[in-house]
Design a protein around this ligand. Structure first.
Ligand code: WTA
Length: 633
């Protein structure tokens, strides 16, 4: 009997209180069953949801790696995220608690959320949005963002949410790839006490990507912004028209129909639109959310990510709403106006589960223990972490100071491509700080060398997933070949999915994710591609070639460092370095701003002309440069 969670050596054992109330109380047997009968396990989870028509087949693997889940089934994710709750007492349960950075707040019951979603669905229809087309959403973290996503889904259109911190070129590129005719945005949002200028950026992006015919703009900040006649409409004007009727039928979709695309950075070139579906994604996000975060009806769940990234899609919006959960959303910076902002909100709203990133934890930790100590945050019963490996120091602070030594930390490993948690503890799992522990039900992983041979226990190698799962991305939008080449080619013989991460597995079977082995950089947990940063640099008239690498950073996990070759006749200077940094921030967004710009005459390249970033990195860190036999000269 453990009354309190305790450490034995390096292993943390949860208390009996945690174990006795857990949704899942036994792991090994159920895991074994889920591996032996994967289809059975997922069918059982799918049966927790409502369907217009159930599936003929749980998994169709006849066209590997283009797996299909719940084929023949009819559903719409909104059927489960809203409609079914309206038939129960949850109709009047709070769906969303939202607080703006200036301190304003709003709440929506499931009834109210449904009303707003229906109204906006009718608005979108009146604008000519049809089933199957992709609507781009570029918004701050306000309730209308969730309403817009759900309205698209409800009428069978797919959404492509572009993170509100991205800038002109990133937005334009994504609009164009998705061929969107409709853009939903806002005049801005509040960040560190200042209004952002989203509409200004949207206007610039529309100039570069001429597919947009209609732009719907939410008035959030009230700042002056340019509205083009006959193209731009205020959200509140449209929602006041008779067309914005509060009744709207939910479109019946195939389980495999596209729910959204979400762009993510990968090894090469342009961002890739990961395609997720109504059926499998809904089953996967709600199951993982319910089991890993032990969701109960009286929980107040706060996933403090931005809805513009996969974490927000899966665990602010879809998973939690399907589970009928009360979700918390906050618009602004964690330390505005003071570093107690989060703790103040946890106290004010009685938040029970907090899910955030190691970067956010490190950022708040540096302000000291006194800020959380000012608040009663004892309502918390579980904590979560995502986005990058959590360092022991941050883990301990989170556990002690925020969780008061009673909340286990769910360190969840997953990706945009996986749709939801793949390697994660449950509340009952003994924890090792820094390890995401073991694969979730139905999943088997391995750490292998480049030939697919498992490496020895404790050794570093490539992390692969050995099986399909319902939340997996179905393809890269418009580029099936790239999908196969990126994830399924290297271990084609075995049929494994290549994650792009390196990891090791210890003697107890615990997985320790180390980091990316490709050209993806994780800055503050945000995912960026070296190729995108380089192309932003090269778009400056003075730059001829550029390379970007990641170097360790205390707060951000990684920071971007860039190397630049200028065009003939231009000389590097401090001013130009600053100008280039700002240029990248303007094109891509502030998160992509390089830490420094180093001017150079040459870059290490292979004979085929590929920049050898690992050589740049080794040099910068003063490490061994490794095998240089492929270096050009
Ligand atoms: C990293 C975010 C260690 C990893 C959900 C992965 C993690 C990439 C963890 C995906 C974790 C995510 N521990 N590393 N718990 N969670 N990562 O697509 O490198 O933005 O491949 O999805 O984040 O980033 P993405």
């Amino acid at each position: 009997m453990r009354k309190k969670g305790t450490f034995e050596g390096d292993v943390y054992y949860p208390s009996n209180d945690v174990i006795n109330q857990a949704n899942v109380r036994e792991f090994d047997k159920l895991y074994q069953m889920s591996i032996e009968n994967r289809d059975g396990f997922w069918a059982e989870q799918a049966n927790e949801l409502e369907w217009y028509k159930k599936w003929d087949k749980v998994l169709d693997d006849s066209k590997k790696p283009f797996y299909k889940w719940f084929t023949g089934a009819k559903t719409n994710i909104v059927q489960n995220a809203i409609d079914r709750h309206l038939k129960t007492w949850r109709r009047n349960k709070i769906a969303i608690i939202w607080e703006g950075e200036p301190g304003d707040f709003r709440t929506f019951s499931y009834h109210a959320l449904n009303r707003e979603v229906c109204k906006f669905s009718n608005v979108l229809k009146s604008m000519g949005v049809r089933k199957g087309e992709i609507v781009t959403i570029y918004m701050p973290q306000i309730p209308e963002l969730v309403i817009a996503m759900l309205a698209c889904a409800k009428i069978g259109a797919a959404h492509s949410v572009v993170y509100g911190g991205f800038s002109v070129e990133a937005l334009a590129e994504r609009i164009e790839d998705a061929n969107s005719k409709v853009l939903i945005t806002a005049d801005g949002g509040f960040r560190r006490g200042k209004p952002t200028n989203l509409k200004g950026i949207a206007n610039e992006a529309i100039k570069r990507s001429p597919t947009i015919e209609v732009c719907i703009c939410v008035k959030r900040t009230g700042e002056e912004c340019f509205m083009e006649n006959d193209r731009d409409f205020w959200y509140h004007d449209l929602m006041g028209l008779p067309i914005a009727n509060a009744k709207c039928d939910t479109e019946v979709m195939d389980a495999e129909d596209m729910l959204f695309i979400l762009y993510t950075s990968g090894t090469t070139g342009r961002p890739k639109g990961q395609v997720h579906t109504h059926g499998g994604y809904g089953v996967f996000t709600s199951t993982t959310h319910r089991m890993v975060f032990d969701i109960k009806d009286d929980d107040r769940w706060w996933c403090a990510a931005d809805p513009g990234w996969i974490t927000g899609h899966s665990y602010i919006v879809y998973g939690p709403l399907i589970n009928g959960t009360t979700i918390m959303m906050y618009e602004g910076a964690p330390n505005h106006p003071y570093p107690n902002r989060w703790w103040q909100m946890i106290e004010k709203y009685g938040i029970t589960v907090l899910y955030t990133s190691p970067t956010a934890i490190r950022g708040l930790m540096r302000f000291g223990d006194a800020w959380p100590a000012r608040h009663d945050i004892s309502s918390l019963r579980l904590l979560g972490s995502v986005g990058e490996p959590i360092n022991p120091e941050a883990w301990k602070w989170y556990y002690k100071v925020i969780g008061n030594e009673k909340c286990p930390i769910m360190d969840t490993w997953w990706q945009t491509e996986t749709g939801g948690f793949m390697i994660t503890p449950l509340p009952i799992t003994p924890l090792k700080p820094g390890s995401a522990t073991k694969p979730f039900f139905g999943n088997e992983v391995a750490v292998v060398d480049d030939k697919g041979k498992e490496v020895a226990t404790g050794e570093e190698g490539i992390l692969v997933i050995k099986n399909p799962w319902p939340g997996m991305a179905r393809t890269i939008y418009g580029d099936e070949k790239l999908f196969v080449d990126t994830y399924w080619k290297d271990f084609k013989k075995q049929g494994w999915y290549k994650t792009g991460d390196s990891a090791r597995i210890d003697k107890d079977g615990y997985v320790w994710v180390i980091g990316r082995i490709d050209d993806v950089i994780k800055v503050s947990g945000y995912r960026l591609g070296t190729a995108e940063i380089e192309s932003a640099l090269v778009s400056h008239p003075d730059v001829s070639e550029a390379a970007a690498i990641a170097l360790p950073h205390e707060l951000k996990g990684n920071a971007i460092h860039s190397y630049v070759i200028l065009i003939a006749g231009k000389a590097g200077s401090k001013e130009l370095a600053e100008e280039l940094k700002t240029h990248v921030a303007n094109e891509m967004g502030p998160i992509a701003k390089p830490e420094d710009v180093i001017f150079t005459d040459s870059l290490p390249k292979t004979r085929s002309g590929k920049i050898m970033r690992r050589v740049l990195k080794a040099r910068a860190l003063g490490q061994d440069e490794g095998d240089l036999s492929t270096l050009e000269d």
